[in-house]
Design a protein. Structure first.
Length: 89
């Protein structure tokens, strides 16, 4: 699965890579090289991050599904209790 970025997101990512190189590396990186580096990271590391995010969402949803019975549980045979009438013996 290829991770695709929208055009404006891609431009911001490339600009961020260029800035990172300008501020932290001894040499600058050009726009084309920054785009290629972004492609590499999206293809090589992107799936790892994506899969981890999916696993975390599955875990969170699993916990929520397990708690549904607590949220929606209704006790049966409560009509008479709601009416305030004691049970006949």
């Amino acid at each position: 699965m290829t991770i695709e970025l929208e055009r404006d997101q891609r431009q911001e990512a490339v600009a961020s890579i260029e800035r990172y190189f300008a501020e932290n590396m001894e040499e600058r990186i050009g726009n084309i090289a920054a785009g290629a580096l972004l492609n590499f990271f999206l293809e090589e590391i992107g799936p790892l991050v994506y899969n981890q995010a999916v696993a975390e969402v599955q875990e969170r949803l699993g916990r929520r599904v397990a708690e549904i019975d607590l949220e929606v549980h209704e006790d049966p045979f409560t009509y008479w209790q709601k009416q305030g009438k004691p049970r006949r013996k």
